[in-house]
Design a protein around this ligand. Structure first.
Ligand SMILES: NC(=[NH2+])NCCC[C@H](N)C(=O)O
Length: 544
């Protein structure tokens, strides 16, 4: 067995204070600019996207009927429970990297790698899917303004096109922006977020007048048997009951997919290193943002299924199609434009977050070190950003990428589960760390979060699980063959690690307000010396 920095390889953990030191060392010249409001904006910027503008309708039409409203409620509850856990962890370990870093400190390197690997899957599929959905709204917008493309060209634009040209092009442009260090300024993001929220409110207010009560009937359409070769959910497979669609189980099946719409609150934690008083602002930003989104989504779902018979909501731009169907052509155009903007910021924030996760993994030696470098030319984590963009671009070429939304969800739920257990474990192992936010009713809430997360995972399709296992298997192989040996924890002295070099900067985000505080608070909360775990023994490494 290979020796390691603090114990066996598998249990090798990143000491808490070393997580903080990395930030302090690397951060000495970086301002902390984000306040609570900026974090809420960031959260809304990444949460409100293709979930509400596309999946809502599709799930109503094919899986849950008008009861998709309940699916939105269930998904919100699961996400709120998970967000509480994320909030505590990010208030305890306020460094970027989100679930990946939390797991590194809490469970050790191998688990952290798996969580990070799942996060990579989640983010790559997110960018690829949202880019495809963007192409649908792009077509719809052109159409709305009377630009009808000749069908020879339009066939390359549709979200389900064999060869889609718009999505990869969009990813290419956005990646180029991020690689060259273009910041997504908080001001731009704020404007876009206001626009998205306004679009949702418009749909809710204007659409409400066109709601017909009969569209809510039957609220839970009778269960329908699955077509013979349909992929069952894991639960259906375990119980040997081919749950098809609709009926009570349809509500849960749809809820699992609809989690997609809420995901993104976890990414607020990736901005911890840019936030002022992150121990307070990051948890607040997460919970406030998710709360706001929950209200908006449920209101929108109620109106959407009320406007049009559910069976007709399965189009690629269901929200604007519904508006047009009730004669609100002008509103449909506004929705299309709003969705275009909305989806673009989602992709941008996702790519930035992805580049940070890769950057962190590179910095820790679990992926090639070069990913953990800041480009001298662009002062951005250029390699990590390029890798993130290219991966998404390749995936979006796959014509059935829209069917991979469950894959994104399973990746996210996997991280949620780790965070739920992580809260319990860290309370036990590091009871004295300062926690800016504490999950109430421990252990009840984390356990509920874990149970709810696992329940939704069981409602995902067997095919999704198989793909997920394959992906994780590849991950384990990479760790065994590469990460384990190159980990920075295992080779600390051999690292030609130049601190000034490795700072991701604000990694693509830019706040508006002027810098006021210095990150002194991190220093103040370091664990007192007597509680610090043993300093890792340096120099005893696997290759001796
Ligand atoms: N962390 C992520 N995977 N974010 C993707 C967010 C997707 C976003 N909720 C949407 O509806 O489009």
């Amino acid at each position: 067995m290979a020796p390691s920095a603090n114990g066996q390889t598998v249990g090798r953990r990143l000491p808490v204070e070393s997580a903080f030191t990395r930030v302090e060392d690397a951060r000495h010249r970086l301002p902390r600019l984000f306040g609570r409001r900026d974090l809420v904006v960031l959260g809304l910027g990444v949460m409100i996207g293709s979930g509400i503008f596309s999946i809502s309708g599709v799930q109503a039409a094919n899986v849950a009927g008008p009861a998709v409203i309940l699916s939105f409620v269930i998904a919100a509850i699961v996400c709120l429970l998970a967000a509480a856990c994320y909030a505590e962890l990010s208030s305890t370990i306020p460094v970027s990297g989100s679930a990946y870093t939390f797991s590194y400190v809490t469970f050790g390197e191998m688990w952290a790698w798996l969580v990070g690997w799942a996060l990579v899957l989640e983010l790559v599929t997110a960018a690829a899917i949202v880019a495809r959905v963007w192409s649908a709204y792009f077509l719809a917008t052109l159409d709305g303004f009377g630009v009808t493309l000749p069908s020879g060209i339009a066939q390359f634009f549709g979200p389900e096109a064999e060869v889609n040209l718009v999505a990869p092009l969009l990813l290419l442009i956005l990646t180029a922006l991020i690689v060259t260090g273009t910041k997504l300024s908080a001001r731009v993001l704020t404007i876009v977020v206001i626009a998205k929220v306004a679009v949702i409110l418009l749909v809710v207010v204007v659409g409400a007048a066109h709601v017909k009560m009969e569209n809510y009937q039957p609220f839970v359409p009778p269960a329908r048997a699955a077509p013979a070769k349909a992929d069952p959910t894991v639960l259906g497979w375990l119980l040997d009951s081919a749950f098809g669609s609709f009926g009570m189980m349809g509500i849960f099946t749809a809820a699992s997919t609809i989690v997609f719409a809420y995901i993104g609150f976890d990414l607020i934690a990736t901005a911890s290193e840019d936030a002022r008083s992150p121990r307070k602002t990051v948890p607040q930003g997460m919970l406030l943002g998710l709360g706001a989104v929950t209200i908006l989504y449920i209101a929108m779902a109620v109106v959407l299924v009320g406007m049009r018979p559910y069976a007709k909501l399965g189009g690629s731009a269901p929200v604007s199609e519904a508006m047009a169907a009730v004669g609100l052509g002008w509103a449909a155009k506004v929705v299309n434009l709003g969705a275009l903007l909305a989806l673009m910021t989602v992709i941008m924030v996702v790519l930035i977050a992805q580049s940070r996760v890769l950057f962190n993994m590179g910095r820790d030696g679990l992926l090639p070190k070069s990913l953990g470098r800041v480009s001298r030319v662009y002062s951005s984590p250029a390699r990590a950003a390029a890798a993130a963009g290219i991966a998404a671009l390749v995936l979006t070429l796959y014509p059935k990428v829209l069917e991979l939304e469950e894959l994104l969800v399973i990746g996210a739920l996997f991280c949620f589960a780790f965070c739920a257990v992580g809260v319990l474990r860290l309370r036990h192992t590091e009871p004295n760390l300062e926690r800016g936010f504490r999950v109430p009713l421990v252990p009840l809430i984390p356990l509920l979060s874990l149970a709810a997360t696992m329940w939704l995972m069981l409602n995902l399709k067997t095919g999704t699980w198989i793909k997920f296992f394959v992906w994780m298997g590849i991950g384990i192989a990479i760790y065994g063959l590469y990460g384990r040996w190159h980990s920075r924890l295992a080779n600390e002295d051999s690292w030609d690690f130049d601190l000034g070099d490795t700072d991701p900067g604000t990694g693509g985000f830019q706040a508006i307000r002027a810098d006021q505080d210095r990150p002194t608070e991190l220093r103040a909360i370091r664990t007192p010396p007597e509680q610090q775990p043993q300093k890792p023994t340096r120099g005893k490494h696997m290759r001796n």
